[in-house]
Design a protein around this ligand. Structure first.
Ligand SMILES: [Zn+2]
Length: 267
């Protein structure tokens, strides 16, 4: 298998002591490429550095997650624009809205999201358009309204780590957006509804991700004692996803990788 993990937080401190071993285990498990999520002022430059150190294997996004929205000053905006001048940075985000945790006040979240949508729109005008890597939790209506303001001005979009309802999924699909599926699917307590919903995602708009070090799939046996998720578990996620879609795992693996290569323009 040549899997592509479209969301791995490989700059996270929990990987500092063994990052090379983590990458080695990912390769051995068939993960050929990984998109390193940039989700803050501190970590977006680190994601770029990691991508530059592993050309053709690691790529980066640059953005500010809603949890960090209060960081999004003019200076931060200039830093993000500088990061997007690099070809290794393949998407704008992680950005969006998270009203579940509310780690940043909602007005700050809206402002940071708006500014990153504006950044994506400006890149598109300059002929350097990049896709959007989006986060939405418990903020669907506001999220859709803000995206509507940029209709036709921003590139393709992926709603990463989709965990929402059927209505939310069909709203996204109606807008031709892509969907990222994580090991949330493997959570027998809160992911059961996804088992049925994933059948409705067209193959060319479905991508897979671990969101490592978060969201260790609960059906991985045995569970590692440290509870840290790693890109190697993408192989487990794609097996479960294929079963739910009634597909052969090699088909789901190939289609999700093709979708990721086209979406992030990795070739
Ligand atoms: Zn997220």
């Amino acid at each position: 298998m040549n899997l592509i993990d479209i969301g791995a937080n490989l700059t996270h401190d929990s990987f500092d002591h063994d990052r090379d071993a983590v990458l080695q285990r990912a390769r051995a498990a068939g993960v050929a490429k990984m998109i390193v999520t940039g989700a803050s002022r501190e970590h977006s430059p680190k994601a770029l550095a990691l991508a530059q150190a592993h050309p053709g294997e690691l790529f980066a996004t640059a953005g500010v997650h809603p949890h960090h929205a209060v960081e999004y000053t003019d200076e931060c905006d200039a830093e993000m624009r500088a990061l997007h001048a690099h070809p290794e940075v393949v998407a704008v985000g992680e950005c969006g809205l998270d009203f579940f945790r509310d780690f940043s006040p909602r007005p700050a979240q809206r402002k940071a999201f708006e500014r990153q949508l504006q950044l994506a729109s400006d890149l598109a005008v300059d002929g350097m358009g990049k896709p959007l890597f989006l986060h939405q939790r418990d903020a669907h209506a506001d999220f859709m309204a803000m995206m509507k303001n940029f209709d036709g001005r921003v590139g393709p979009a992926v709603v990463h780590c989709f965990t929402g309802s059927r209505a939310e999924l069909f709203d996204y699909l109606d807008h031709d957006w892509h969907i990222g599926i994580t090991g949330w699917l493997c959570d027998e307590r809160r992911g059961l509804h996804l088992r049925e919903l994933v059948k409705h995602i067209p193959a060319n708009r479905l991508m897979i991700e671990t969101d490592a070090p978060y969201l260790l799939p609960r059906s991985v046996k045995p569970q590692p004692s440290h509870r840290r998720n790693e890109p190697m578990y993408l192989a487990h996620i794609v097996e479960e996803l294929a079963r739910d879609r009634g597909e052969d795992v090699t088909t789901t693996a190939a289609n999700t990788a093709d979708a990721a290569r086209a979406f992030f323009r990795l070739d």
